[in-house]
Design a protein around this ligand. Sequence first.
Ligand code: UTP
Length: 292
Amino acid sequence: MKAVIPAAGLGTRFLPATKSQPKEMLPLVDKPSIQFVVEECVDSGIDDIIIITGRGKRVIEDHFDHSVELEAVLDKKGKEDLKEMVADIASMVDIHFIRQKEALGLGHAILRAEKHVGDEPFAVLLGDDIVFSKKPCTKQLFELYYKHKASIIAVEKVPEHMISSYGIIDGTEVGPGLHRITHLVEKPKPEDSPSNLGIIGRYLLTPGIFEELKKTKKGRGGEIQLTDGLMRLSKKEEMYGWEFEGVRHDLGNKFEYLKASLEYGLLHEEVGPRLREYFSNFNADEVEAKYR
Ligand code: UTP
């Protein structure tokens, strides 16, 4: 099974941090977000990954490549653990990089992978969305794919004020947490929304999506929207939404990024205990007074 990780967006919500570095390289404590995503693929049994990159995204390629000099220096300094950790990142899985020459939308980015994916179902994982779960989210989708032989989209219940930031599904619940999709809407007003089930950045798609994306015209913001392609596909093939098990963070959003950093930091072996202690005595007014 193959996975496509689109990571060619401009990341304008994170400027200036993303002026010369991709948002997918912003870390939670010490690990770039895209590494969490690649690890989820590996843990789901995927052995062939295509990362869609754009301008200024070379560092993503470098991150998953061997760094001979760094490994040699760590070796010389006797830092075996670090050397192994750095080397492991490069040997985790086969990764291919395809460039999206212009950021024309998520649908357009996924179309770049058509030749490599071929006529097979494949997973899509957004490079700035991470999910912590006992069973990897993509594996949950694979298992449902094998059962239903249809596209499966991970969804979660979103609060009303966030509905207009999501693609929303309409459908019937056919089993606990599994919804047969009848329609999808991109970023509806809460009062017009058919449900509160928002699409997150994990999909298991049949190759039929490529034909539909080719027919999809530029939508919101002059971009080819994946949701528009999914809408067309859902009229031709069965499609399901799955309320995945796990905790998801949209790292493309500043508040969610900070929240995820704190939560991951609190659980982190090295810094967790100190962070927990720091926050147990935390007084926001005292901190503010120090900076005034
Ligand atoms: P976003 O909607 O988060 O857009 O893309 P963005 O450009 O990355 O960020 P902002 O909104 O300007 O801050 C969702 C996903 O689709 C990818 C992004 O990399 C992200 O993983 N994407 C988006 C592409 O690969 N290409 C595109 O043209 C657009």
